[in-house]
Structures are given as C-alpha cells and as structure tokens.
Write a protein that binds this ligand. Structure first.
Ligand SMILES: Cc1cc2nc3c(=O)[nH]c(=O)nc-3n(C[C@H](O)[C@H](O)[C@H](O)COP(=O)(O)OP(=O)(O)OC[C@H]3O[C@@H](n4cnc5c(N)ncnc54)[C@H](O)[C@@H]3O)c2cc1C
Length: 389
C-alpha cells in the first residue's frame, strides 16, 4: 500500500457519498466515479425516512446532522393504513419533536452530501466496467472507455447492478415477485384534494391481499404513488409501457372493486407510469475477503424496499470510512468493516424478505394486516372520517 492510500468509490449514491465525505473530513483523499453525466441528469426519487440508529448515525459521523435536520420533515412520519374500501384501520401520529425517522427528499439529501465534498471529488460521466484484483492487495478499476487505474481500495457503491460485485461474488439480483408502478401528483393541495386528504402529511397505504396502493408526500406539495402488486415481471405483456392510457386500463383492471377515492390514484396522476420491478440479491449474500475490494449498500445487500436500504447504505459508507481512518492498513480496515456489515446486511435482508411475504402474500384476500415491526408506534384508528377522499 502506498503511504497515502489511493481510494476509489464507484457510484455517487447516498452510500458512496457519505463514505467519501467521512474520508475527506479526516484528510483521506478519495475519488468517486459516477456513470451519470452530472448531478441533475436523473430525478433522484421520492422521500426517505432516515432512522436514528442507522442513517442519522451516519449523518452525525459526517458532521451533517444539523443540516439534515433543517431540511427534514418530522411531521411526515405520520402514517395511515386503509383497507380497499378506503376505511381507515390504523393511524400512526407523528409529533414535530419526534426525530426517530424524519423524512427527507432523496434529492435534497444527495445534494447535501455532494455539496459537502471537495470540488472535483466526483468524476461525472465515468461508468465503471469492472474491477480486478492485483497481486499485493491492490485493485485495477476498468473504465468504460477502455482505460484503467490502480487503487489500494476500490469500494463498490454502485447499487443493484454493481460492476464491482463480480470481483467478489457470483450472485446476481433476481425478480422478487413484486412490482411497483410509480405515479406522480403535483401541487396536490390545490389540484388533487382527494389525494391530499388520503396521504395527509405523510404516508398512506391501502392494502388487500397481494395488492396495495402506497402514497408518500414529498416536499413542495408533490406526492409519489407506488402501485404495488405480486405478479409476474411481464405483467405488462402486450402493452407499450409508454402508452399511459393502456397501462392505466391494465392497472385499473387489477384493482377492480377498490373504493373510488383510491382508484383516483390510478386515474388522476400527472405524466406516465414508471415500471419498477423489485430485484433482490440471494439471502444470505456474502463473500470471501478479496484484498483491495469491498462493497457497500445495495451492491452488497440489495433487499426489498421496506424502508431500510438507504439507511443501511449510509451506515455502511460512514462505518467503512471510519474503519479506514481507524486502522493501520486497508486490509485490517476492510476486515473490521466486513465483519460487521455482512452479518448486519444478512439480518436485514432476511427481515425485509419476511416483511415482503407478509405485506404481499400470494393470496387474493381482503386482508389489510401490516407487520407491527414496520411501524411499531401504532395508534388505534383516530376520530377522522372512516372514508377518505
Ligand atoms: C421505489 C423505492 C423506494 C425506496 N424507499 C426507501 C426508503 O424509504 N428508505 C430506505 O432506506 N430505502 C429505500 N429504498 C432503497 C434505497 O433506494 C436503496 O437501498 C439505496 O438507494 C441504496 O443506496 P446505494 O448508495 O447503495 O446505491 P444507489 O442509490 O443505487 O446509488 C448507486 C450509484 O451508483 C451509480 N452507478 C451504477 N452503476 C455504475 C457504474 N457501473 N459506474 C459508475 N457509477 C455507477 C448510480 O448511477 C448511482 O448514482 C427504496 C428503493 C426503491 C426502489
């Protein structure tokens, strides 16, 4: 290893960026290679609840907790569960002072992390093709344009379809049997009062058997809906996914018998629908140590999106950086990091898989049950009207 370790991170997602930030705070140089051409080349997705013991702990380690708090929305922790008749069957309140898992737009959090880095840290428009181990514990990073660079440590933070993972493991993501179709609403309080009423300040889910409708309020009156169902990956066979009306008709057919106020989620959205089949890595996913290469976040433990993936990516990133800072060699640092991260990833992936099976059973019932572990601070239904919309 050179005196100052040469460290590369592939992927400027939340995990990679927090890792870079903590390293730089302690004077360790790092370069992040990101395939996207600039910070704004892709909409960053919806809102994330950032948990006290994982995501928030990482942001504290990065010295960004107060700035995170200023941007976050504690009131958006509020959650409502409806059955398919739009009967409110559970309502979890959230006080402004409850900071256990405040929400923040993913784009705001990514910008906060990007702005905290030294200029030029992220090399935009640099897709990584592969990483190969070299003798003496270093690693070669192969760029898409055919060039290569050597590093003492390459950190694969490049998400579900990681190009670094094959250097450590043969595992490939597979379809989890559940698809989310995303829909958007703008300016809900003025333009979509029924949607605004259903989602209120936070999250709503309506659920029956293998189907659910979930909506989350983001900042600036924006709401994202996730039309989620168990079914084959080619549920849209014979349809052009760009044909919004045809997709809408196919979705409405799946939700026949649901209350009109809920069907508005399928009928009234702005723009098109975005198909998001869920992919997962096998559980357990692990590997034998390869000097000079490791993974974090989804690259290491892609699991169903039940609310922990981004939090774990943040924690992995902060802990890996702290391990590098706190150990005399990269090898010892990665050993220490992986000995905690791998079992934690496996535990969380098992739980996420169980939750997915409970939330999305392979049966067509009216059951709207939710595992209590998801939202433990449950209240009984409040005195609001039983029907939404
Ligand atoms: C619909 C949905 C909702 C979710 N909601 C939540 C939630 O509420 N709470 C939560 O905790 N988690 C949630 N998750 C999970 C969460 O999004 C992920 O677990 C998290 O983003 C993983 O972070 P990451 O940094 O590991 O990877 P990513 O966020 O996927 O970032 C990877 C980065 O690597 C880049 N990249 C990819 N390939 C290459 C390459 N070859 N070369 C260079 N760069 C590359 C990508 O462009 C990207 O910038 C949700 C997921 C989905 C799909």
């Amino acid at each position: 290893m050179s005196a100052t370790p040469r460290i590369a991170i592939t992927g400027a997602g939340l995990g990679g960026l927090v890792c870079a930030r903590v390293l730089q705070q302690h004077g360790v140089p790092v370069t992040v290679f990101e395939q996207e051409t600039d910070p704004h080349s892709r909409a960053q997705g919806g809102t994330l609840d950032i948990h006290e013991d994982t995501g928030q702990a990482a942001l504290r380690a990065a010295g960004l907790f107060d700035q995170f708090l200023a941007l976050s929305r504690p009131e958006s922790q509020e959650w409502r569960l409806y059955d398919r008749h739009a009967t409110l069957i559970r309502h979890d309140q959230a006080g402004e002072s409850d900071l256990s898992r405040p929400e923040i737009d993913r784009g705001q959090l990514r910008t906060l992390l990007l702005d905290s880095l030294d200029p030029g840290t992220v090399r935009w428009g640099h897709p990584v093709r592969a990483v190969t181990p070299l003798p003496r514990g270093t690693a070669r990073l192969h760029h898409h344009d055919g060039t290569a660079e050597d590093f003492d440590l390459v950190i694969g933070a490049d998400g579900a379809w990681s190009r670094v993972r094959p250097a450590l493991s043969d595992a490939q993501p597979s379809y989890a049997g559940v698809t989310m179709v995303e829909a958007h609403f703008d300016d809900v309080d003025l333009r979509h009062p029924g949607i605004a009423h259903l989602v209120d300040r936070g999250t709503m889910s309506a659920k029956a058997g293998r189907r659910s409708l979930v909506m989350q309020r983001n900042s600036n009156g924006h709401v994202r809906a996730y039309i989620t169902f168990r079914g084959p990956q080619d549920w849209h066979a014979g349809l052009d996914l760009a044909d919004t009306e045809a997709v809408r008709a196919r979705l409405l057919a799946q939700y026949q018998g649901w209350h009109e106020s809920l069907l508005a989620i399928l009928r009234d959205n702005e723009g098109g629908f975005i198909n998001r089949p869920m992919f997962v890595l096998p559980v357990p996913h692990s590997w034998q140590r390869v000097p000079g290469i490791t993974l974090l976040g989804d690259a290491a433990h892609l699991m169903p999106p039940v609310g922990v993936g981004a939090n774990l990516a943040l924690l992995d990133g902060a802990e890996l950086a702290q391990a590098v800072i706190g150990h005399p060699t990269i090898d010892e640092a990665v050993d220490a990091y992986e000995s905690v991260m791998l079992p934690r990833g496996i535990d969380n992936a098992k739980t996420a898989q169980q939750m997915l099976s409970t939330l999305m059973p392979d049966t067509d019932t009216d059951d709207a049950a939710f595992p209590d572990t998801l939202w433990p601070a449950s209240n009984l239904p409040d005195s609001r009207p039983a029907h939404a919309g």
